[in-house]
Design a protein around this ligand. Structure first.
Ligand SMILES: Nc1ncnc2c1ncn2[C@@H]1O[C@H](COP(=O)(O)OP(=O)(O)OP(=O)(O)O)[C@@H](O)[C@H]1O
Length: 579
């Protein structure tokens, strides 16, 4: 991937004026720093020479000037440290928001492949170091460039030969840095991937902690975690090895520079081309030139860390959602709820087999339809095509006669309610979780929805009623209670189309009858598609559709299908035998 320079710098835009002030301060601070050795030179060379009678007042004067300079330096540094970091943090925060918002737009197919922990790593770790680069990078360049160039001219004016001798070392250093940067970039990328794996492992193990404990498989998880952790450690060891190699080489070159100055400088004093005061000044200024070189190694690793972070940020930002609104997508004013599958074929990925082939089906507005069939034939898949979670491979899905591809996604999904067996509740209160169905709803509307869903009673018995915190994923509630909250959420949403995906199969008889009642009242007046495994629960569906690997093989009422004595009758009698 070519580095997107324009995009990289675009994040400065909102803070440009503040950042330019920070840079101006960094410039002033560095320029002031350059004055100190000159003052030392003035004292040693001019003031403390010959007649010393008036020297003391000059020394005090210079001391006073030094104090003023120190004050200027401190105020400047305070501003650079405080505001510089703030600019970096704000840019990082902007990018983090942008990345999160972009992730929200990405389609199901993306999340089918990506591990949550790895994505979390991109949002947190990767961007942290970018903020350092964003403000320290330019600040450091200004600071050290001013010192380096300033020191060069001053040194050149003191002794040109010695300065050129020092400069001979720099091309070696430059070539070395280039080589090292490439190596470091690779190592840092690997580090980021490995810490992503560690995060993914933590996320996976902790989300499934109940399963882990029920199988007493803690040691398996520890082993898996240690593997990821050790891979991260190995990767970091390699990075440190590369860094140690580089830093030491640079350190050696710096020592060679200092030795060169001392030896050649002393020889020049012997040869009368340099005096002692100038050599002291030279040595003081040499540190101004060496410091940027020392920092260069730090700066290049900072640059590399930031660049790899930015590249990983852009990898996600460059992904286009596979399912997007068309330009001028239609917003439905009123939905009647007619659903039609027109010769629909679908496969999850180009290299996978088709799950659905040339399937056609029409569901009338307000109709209550049950979808049955063996496991894995594509019942859930079929339903996920209605809200356009995935795009059909061929054919079309229509809502009220309009292709879902022509509809505004939000408008489409706002008109479809889904109740799943695997309910996801967010950490928060009961009120917040039901309110998720319609964030604009009033408290009264939320309570009304809970009553419709037969949830009001148990909610009032919770310690804090509607304001009870339900824990991560609703762990503090029973399966039936969670289900009723998820139904209340859909009541509040009040969509004309409803998809019930095995919503009652995990419940005991008593809960099931309460939930069945809630679901029946939810389904009233809405087009409803129920995916059911337990055929006893859908006997009174207006139409039962039997889906097998060969597509829709039968449809009709429970009685008609039994009389037909085909697939449905077979499935039914098999279940009956099992009970
Ligand atoms: N995200 C996915 N990526 C790739 N393949 C998938 C994905 N989801 C489901 N499949 C595959 O598609 C096929 C149909 O799955 P689907 O969940 O729609 O079946 P189902 O009839 O609802 O099954 P069940 O009754 O067991 O829930 C299965 O072979 C499944 O492995």
């Amino acid at each position: 991937m070519r580095f997107p320079v324009k995009k990289f710098f675009s994040y400065y835009k909102p803070y440009l004026s503040l950042f330019l002030r920070v840079l101006a301060c960094a410039f002033i601070v560095s320029a002031v720093t350059l004055v100190f050795p000159l003052l030392v030179q003035h004292i040693t060379k001019d003031v403390l020479k010959g007649d010393l009678s008036g020297a003391l007042s000059s020394v005090y004067g210079i001391g006073g000037l030094m104090l003023v300079l120190v004050a200027v330096q401190n105020i400047g540094n305070y501003f650079v440290d405080y505001k510089g970091h703030e600019v970096g943090a704000r840019m990082e925060s902007d990018m983090r928001s942008e990345l999160f918002a972009h992730m929200q737009t990405l389609s199901f197919s993306f999340y089918d492949k990506e591990k949550t922990g790895r994505l979390m790593s991109r949002i947190t770790n990767d961007l942290l170091l970018l903020s350092e680069l964003y403000h320290h990078g330019p600040e450091d360049y200004v600071k050290y460039l001013v010192r380096f160039i300033g020191a060069f001219f001053i040194l050149f004016s003191i002794n040109a030969h010695l300065t050129i001798a020092v400069f001979c070392f720099f091309p070696i250093l430059g070539a070395f840095s280039l080589y090292f940067n490439k190596m470091l970039n690779k190592a840092l990328r690997r580090n980021k991937e490995r810490i992503g794996d560690v995060n993914a492992q933590v996320e996976d193990s902790l989300s499934g902690i109940r399963v882990v404990k029920s199988f007493a498989n803690e040691y398996v998880e520890i082993e898996k975690f240690n593997q990821a952790n050790n891979r991260f450690l190995d990767s970091r060891k390699k990075t440190y090895k590369a860094e140690a190699y580089f830093f030491n080489a640079v350190e050696t070159i710096i020592q060679l520079i200092t030795i060169t100055v001392i030896i050649f400088g002393s020889a020049s004093i012997v040869g009368n081309t340099l005096n002692l005061a100038d050599l002291i000044t030279f040595l003081l200024y040499i540190s101004f030139m060496i410091e940027p070189i020392q920092r260069l190694t730090h700066m290049s690793s900072q640059l590399q860390e930031g660049i790899t972070g930015f590249q990983r940020f852009m990898e996600i930002m460059n992904l286009k959602p596979t399912i997007e609104n068309k330009p001028n997508a239609l917003i439905l004013p009123e939905v009647h709820g007619e659903i039609e599958f027109k010769q629909v074929s679908f496969r999850y990925e180009a290299h996978l087999d088709h799950v659905l082939v040339n399937l056609s089906l029409r569901v009338q507005p307000g109709e209550y339809v049950a979808l049955v069939g063996p496991s894995g034939v594509g019942k859930t898949t079929l339903c996920s095509l209605i809200p356009r979670f995935y795009e059909v491979t061929n054919g079309d899905v229509l809502l009220d006669g309009i292709s879902v591809r022509d509809l505004d996604l939000r408008s489409l999904r706002n008109n479809i309610g889904i109740v799943q067996q695997d309910i996801y509740l967010f950490a928060g209160t009961v009120m917040e979780n039901i309110g998720y169905g319609n964030p604009a709803a009033s408290e009264e509307a939320i309570i009304a929805a809970a009553k419709y869903a037969n949830a009001h009673g148990f909610i009032m018995n919770l310690s804090n009623g509607y304001h009870t915190e339900i824990g991560q994923r609703g762990v503090k509630l029973s399966g039936g209670q969670k289900q009723r909250l998820s139904i209340a959420r859909v009541f509040l949403k009040n969509p004309p189309v409803l998809i019930l995906d095995e919503a009652t199969s995990a419940l005991d008889n008593e809960s099931e009858s309460i939930i069945k009642e809630s679901l029946e009242s939810l389904a009233k007046g809405r087009t409803t598609i129920v995916i059911a495994h337990r055929l006893s629960t859908i006997r009174n569906a207006e139409r039962i559709i039997v889906l097998t690997e060969d597509g829709i093989v039968e449809q009709g009422t429970h009685e008609a299908l039994l009389a037909r004595d085909g697939v449905y009758a077979h499935l039914y009698s098999k279940q009956f035998e099992l009970q």
